[in-house]
Design a protein around this ligand. Structure first.
Ligand code: GSF
Length: 203
């Protein structure tokens, strides 16, 4: 398998953490989707990473589809419950974490994207996205409570997704003090960073 991605992308990190937890081998192909000569569109028409290329088959995207597929490849390191409420709960945690990343990326693009002139940037739009980031982090802290992991007592995709979102927020928005505001998230992230899957993929 080949994984096209970048070291800074939180969605790509989610896939890499899952690969490592499940002891799956892959070749990491670094691609800068923002550079003028990127060839990502030949694999993913949406021009986004992560994108997984299976041997002799079509490309697969996006990160939620990829991690769900990876879960079927090996029983090692089970991360997603097979059915029912528990599965929906883990997928909802993932949607929450992805939503925080989505809003953070929209905020950054509005503030920095080179294709937009300064006069075209909307503070109201940035505030709207920032509110989603803040609300998402608060919901993570509330949902985690004093549990050892987001969904029960074992590591799951919930923790992987939340860890990738928080790590990326810390990397891109150093002014957002989620560690100080939410000691339980701080503790969870420190615990995740003890795992090679997280330590080796930090942005
Ligand atoms: C999001 C991927 C994405 O936005 C997923 O895979 O879960 N829902 C998708 N990737 C970014 C890279 S990053 O900011 O993490 C991307 O490739 N953006 C390029 C673009 O043109 O939007």
């Amino acid at each position: 398998m080949k994984l096209i991605g970048s070291a800074a992308s939180p969605y790509v990190r989610k896939v890499r953490v899952v690969m490592a937890e499940k002891r799956l081998d892959y070749q990491f192909i670094v691609e800068d989707v923002w550079s003028a000569d990127t060839t990502i569109a030949s694999s993913n028409p949406l021009g986004k990473v992560p994108c997984l290329i299976m041997d002799g088959s079509e490309a697969m995207f996006d990160s939620r589809v990829i991690v769900e597929y990876l879960e079927t490849l090996s029983p090692v390191g089970k991360l997603i419950p097979q059915q029912g409420r528990e599965r929906a709960e883990v997928k909802t945690w993932e949607a929450l974490a992805d939503g925080v990343m989505d809003a953070g990326i929209l905020l950054r693009l509005e503030a920095n994207w080179a294709g937009r002139a300064d006069g075209e940037r909307s503070q109201a739009w940035m505030d709207r996205q920032r509110a989603k980031v803040d609300a998402g982090i608060r919901a993570m802290a509330k949902g985690l409570g004093d549990k050892p992991f987001c969904s029960g007592i074992h590591l799951s995709l919930s923790d992987v997704a939340v860890g990738c979102a928080l790590g990326w927020i810390g990397f891109r928005f150093p002014d957002i003090d989620w560690r100080g505001d939410h000691p339980n998230l701080n503790k969870l992230y420190d615990k995740l960073m003890l795992r090679p899957s997280f330590a080796d993929t930090a942005p």
